[in-house]
Design a protein around this ligand. Structure first.
Ligand SMILES: Nc1ncnc2c1ncn2[C@@H]1O[C@H](COP(=O)(O)OP(=O)(O)OP(=O)(O)O)[C@@H](O)[C@H]1O
Length: 310
């Protein structure tokens, strides 16, 4: 369990995290989302005691990170995947970490197997691909068999197979009852991996919600209808809360009515439908909408030579 209370971090004039309060619960993957510069990494560093809050506090299982007697057993983290000694093999990197933190040697082989690095474990980590580097980063995070995991953008730069692998691993770690906090700037990826979402922008909390709720809220009520009798159906569907658009002959884009209702109206009037498809606004679109005002570097609006909006 991670609990942040009014967490604030200022760097000189700049406020990176402001009055942020949230709880990350065990047993589920929690996605930590926000546009670039939103304050995700800063928050994660404060969780791990690598940065001191300017105000507020954050605890892991009820204590500050530094107050834990065996912190690697409490929290495993991957902040920068490639912060490793490139001349060492994956095995020796993990072994050095285990030995210096009092973790039994046998655990090194276990985590190597968990992350699927067995075949390359004795090779120099400097020659690792990005995906292998991410796996090694996760192996380090898992070394202390921690109850809580904090991972900063673990899927960054991975191929689809690597992304799927991380997704399944995170879900299984959460299913074991661990607390899993994983940051990303990709809403669509988090929707597939996480059960819960904490969204921040400009250091402030924007949303703290289940993925299910977010997806439901993002679902535009638009329905695509294809029929040879489009004009008649359009008249039948018309109503004060209903919008019917048509860019292609024979295809209607309906908002304000469910697909069930449209199907019923069509059936009642013996109109044959070739297609009836409820359409969701893309999650990425919904996320951009939610965080639009919090994006740090927005492209300036296009203006003409007199400064009018083009
Ligand atoms: N050491 C620092 N000194 C000054 N400003 C900093 C420092 N670390 C972060 N910041 C600023 O704090 C803000 C939040 O940065 P942070 O890296 O936490 O965001 P983020 O959400 O992780 O973004 P990204 O996805 O781009 O990594 C940014 O405006 C950043 O420039």
């Amino acid at each position: 369990m991670i609990e942040a209370h009014a967490l604030t971090k200022r760097y000189g004039e700049r406020t990176a995290v402001e009055d942020l309060s949230f709880t990350v619960r065990p047993g589920a993957v929690t996605g930590f989302l926000g546009p670039n510069g939103a304050g995700k990494s800063t928050t994660m560093r404060m969780i791990l005691g690598l940065d001191a809050p300017s105000a507020g506090r954050v605890t892991v299982n009820g204590r500050h990170y530094a107050d834990h007697r065996a912190p690697l057993h409490e929290v495993g983290a991957m902040l920068e995947a490639r912060a490793i000694h490139t001349g060492r093999s994956a095995y020796h990197h993990l072994l050095a970490l285990a030995v210096t933190t009092g973790i039994p040697r046998g655990r090194v082989d276990e985590v190597i197997d968990i992350v699927g690095l067995r075949e390359v474990a004795r090779k120099r980590a400097g020659g690792f691909s990005l995906g292998m580097g991410q796996r090694l980063g996760i192996a380090s995070a898992l070394l202390g068999d921690p109850a809580t995991l904090v991972l900063d953008e673990p899927v960054n730069g991975l191929d689809p197979e690597g992304i799927l692998w991380i997704r399944n691993l995170l879900r299984s770690l959460a299913a074991e009852g661990r607390t899993v906090l994983v940051s990303s700037h990709l809403m669509s990826e988090m929707a597939l991996t996480a059960e819960h979402l904490i969204v921040i922008g400009r250091g402030r909390l924007i949303a703290d919600t289940s993925v299910e709720e977010f997806v439901r809220g993002a679902a535009g009520s638009s329905v695509r209808v294809r029929t040879d009798d489009a004009e008649r159906l359009r008249r039948l569907l018309a109503g004060p809360e209903v919008t019917v658009a048509s860019e292609t002959a024979g295809v209607l884009e309906v908002t304000g009515l469910t697909s069930d209702r449209i199907g019923r109206i069509a059936a009642d009037h013996a109109i044959a439908l070739a297609e009836l498809t409820p359409r969701q606004a893309s999650l990425e679109q919904a996320f951009m909408e939610l965080t639009r005002d919090a994006v740090e570097y927005q492209a300036p609006p296009v203006t003409d030579h007199e400064g009018r909006a083009a």
